[in-house]
Design a protein around this ligand. Structure first.
Ligand code: XLS
Ligand code: NI
Ligand code: NI
Length: 436
């Protein structure tokens, strides 16, 4: 039975690029086959519970602007929220959703009560999943909102907070497993510092690594077959977050021998905050073999803040999905809209407009990327640029068959005198422009 929250809005359909219907897809046709696979299987869209259902529209200068019937309540209100959530997923035809414990259950008076509330909602979710066919892309623990986590979760100076965090993660992994989640995410919102004056970095690294190791041990113990994902972000809420960017997280994983067990959940807005492009972060993760999933959104380029807006820059998204496709596409991962409405967008329909626009832009980006791959638009010029390395001597320089002395002797004997060649950046940018 419908909650009536979305009025008479019916399931969003694909109507093609010429449609004027604001409640229709113009580019996302879930069944359209691209590179041998339907778009819905390439993109694997997920709705983020925290932004679309739990967030209330506050900012540092004012409180809630949204008015939702499930605010300020106990488990019954949380169930109403779940009813509307699954209506939203179904209207959009989003195959997946993602949540933190704190988004879905009321906080209890102590750990046991919070866990009881969570488990009650998880049972409710299980029924909703069954009814709607919507699946869980990933679950995660919110170890950053409550005041107990103000100085970090696993990196807290107080071992009681470490223990509380470990216990919370366990309940969230159990919930994720029970709901058939395909990944489990760790985002270290407060695993970092405000000032080094009160911070023992080396101790905190060891604490964070021990927590992650226990997560991996537990995953294997309970037979959770999903992927463990770490989500990098350079700062906000802390001044400095340890999981700064892809390169930093990979270094951390290697230091503790965890790089084979963990992949990354990479977010557009976090890449921007770290001074990178999304494309850069994805390309690096692909190169290192740790590209797991993406949190799709966009940052306001002027604000210097994680504004988590719905994405709308198709050329940027085409280059992002180009990297995803080169990595072989998603396996357990997907496209999670870690994006929230602006606080003035208070109508239920705004939730649909945000996601419809985001899904359409992702579809356009992915289709452009697929065409570039089919045509070899970028790979052919790239192969040409590196073609010299196909030669025998060039190969020997890399294989270890030649030493520094051998190479020096060769350069002198053959009078090697390299002539620079154009990198053709503008030419390549014009090629991309043809596809987007
Ligand atoms: C916050 C993060 C968060 C994670 C999940 O900036 O993006 O929403 O995705 O904890
Ligand atoms: Ni974020
Ligand atoms: Ni995120």
């Amino acid at each position: 039975m419908s909650t009536g929250f979305f009025g008479d809005i019916a399931k969003i359909k694909y109507e093609g690029p010429d449609s004027d219907n604001p409640l229709a897809f113009r580019h996302y046709n879930p069944d359209e086959v691209v590179l041998g696979k339907p778009l819905k299987e390439h993109l694997r869209f997920a709705v983020a519970y925290w932004h679309s259902l739990a967030w209330e529209g506050g900012d540092p200068f004012g409180g809630r602007t949204f008015d939702r019937p499930w605010y300020d309540g106990g488990v019954e209100k949380a169930k109403l929220k779940a009813d509307v959530a699954f209506e939203l997923f179904s209207l959009l035809g989003a195959p997946y959703y993602c949540f933190h414990d704190a988004d879905v259950r009321p906080e209890g008076g102590n750990f046991a009560e919070s866990t009881k509330n969570l488990n009650e909602i998880v049972d409710y979710f299980a029924k909703k999943q069954e009814e709607t066919g919507v699946k869980l892309l990933w679950g995660t623990a919110n170890l950053f909102s409550h005041r107990r986590f103000m100085s970090g979760a696993s990196t807290n100076p107080d071992p009681d907070v470490f223990a509380y965090s470990a216990a919370t993660i366990k309940t969230c992994m159990d919930a994720t497993m029970k709901l058939g989640g395909e990944n489990y995410v760790l985002w270290g919102g407060r695993e970092g510092y405000e000032t080094l004056l009160n911070t023992d970095m080396s101790r905190e690294f060891d604490q964070m690594a021990r927590m992650l190791s226990m997560v991996i041990e537990y995953k294997h113990k309970i037979g959770f077959t999903g992927q463990i994902l770490v989500e990098p972000k350079p700062q906000e809420p802390t001044k400095h977050q340890y999981d700064y960017d892809v390169a930093t997280v990979y270094g951390f994983l290697q230091k503790y021998g965890l790089e084979k067990e963990v992949k990354l959940n990479i977010e557009q807005g976090h890449a921007i905050l770290a001074g990178h492009t999304f494309e850069h972060e994805l390309a690096l993760a692909r190169t290192l073999g740790v590209l797991g999933s993406i949190d799709m959104n966009r940052n306001d380029y002027q604000s210097g803040w994680d504004t988590d807006q719905f994405p709308n820059n198709v050329p940027e998204m085409a280059l992002a999905y180009y990297q995803v496709l080169l990595a072989g596409g998603f396996t357990s991962g997907g496209t999670n809209f870690d994006a929230k409405l602006r606080r003035q967008s208070i109508d239920p329909a705004d939730l649909l407009y945000g996601h419809i626009g985001g899904m359409d832009c992702c579809a356009r980006g992915l289709k452009a990327a697929a065409r570039m791959i089919e045509d070899g638009a970028l790979s052919k010029p790239l192969d040409e640029r590196y073609a010299g390395w196909n030669g025998d001597t060039a190969k020997k320089m890399l294989s270890g068959e030649m030493t520094l002395e051998d190479i020096a002797a060769m350069v002198e004997k053959d009078d090697i005198n390299p002539e620079p060649k154009s990198g053709r950046q503008e030419y390549l940018e014009n090629i991309v422009n043809k596809y987007v």
